[in-house]
Design a protein around this ligand. Structure first.
Ligand SMILES: [Zn+2]
Length: 213
């Protein structure tokens, strides 16, 4: 159980990854323009400047080092727990971890890496929220065991096209006790091709058993 989780310390600083920040910094990033940008061009720009690599995140060095060591050793944890206050960039971090795990590199031959390429099918699908083997869920709004039934049932099947099936559960402390227990059962014998990335603002509300402490 002790290796079940790679728990990430709550020392992250807010990441400058919001669309608002991107729009504010447009003036300095773009050369002077004579005509206003058309909406589609603006959207592409905003997405481009949302952090998509670990290097663009602030204060994540320890987590990246841990992940890097795990990849090199070929011993990836089955689950991560991202903690910290709201707005710190946990979901963004979760997506970058998902990229790191599933990146195949520009030539399609690469393995898990802390430098996801950003151009392979998997990297692009995660960035566009259309990854067939990725599921992102806000546990705050769906807390019952029935609400996570699809996850519990889904872990039995391998990924469709990616290396790993990746479940990102935000605000995981909001899950009911029964839902936690059901989830815990899947984590006790995790399928080899399934990874969980949990995020929470209230780590003390997560049952100790789930933390593997
Ligand atoms: Zn990639």
């Amino acid at each position: 159980m002790s290796e079940l989780f790679a728990r990430v310390a709550a020392s992250m600083k807010p990441a400058d990854g919001t669309e608002g920040d991107a729009s504010q910094s447009m003036g300095s990033l773009l050369p002077e323009i004579e005509t206003p940008l058309a909406p589609p061009a603006y959207r592409v720009l905003a997405r481009k400047y949302r952090p998509t690599t670990f290097e663009q995140l602030i204060g994540q060095e320890a987590m990246v080092r841990t992940l890097s060591n795990a990849i090199e050793a070929g011993r990836l944890p089955h689950a991560w727990m991202l903690t910290g206050v709201r707005g710190i960039g946990k979901t963004t971090t979760a997506r970058i971890i998902a990229r790191a795990l599933n990146c195949t590199g520009a030539d399609g031959k690469g393995g898990p890496t802390v430098h996801p390429c950003g151009v392979c099918d998997s990297c692009r699908a995660i960035a566009d929220d259309r990854h067939v083997d990725g599921l992102e869920r806000d546990a705050a709004s769906r807390t019952s065991v029935d609400d996570i039934r699809d996850i519990i049932d889904g872990v039995r099947y391998g990924p469709v096209s990616a290396r790993y099936k990746i479940y990102i559960l935000d605000e995981v402390h909001m899950l009911s006790k029964n839902a936690f227990n059901a989830l815990l059962k899947t984590l006790e014998e995790p399928p080899p091709h399934t990874k969980f990335i949990f995020a929470t603002t209230e780590i003390r509300k997560v049952p100790v058993t789930v933390l593997g402490a």
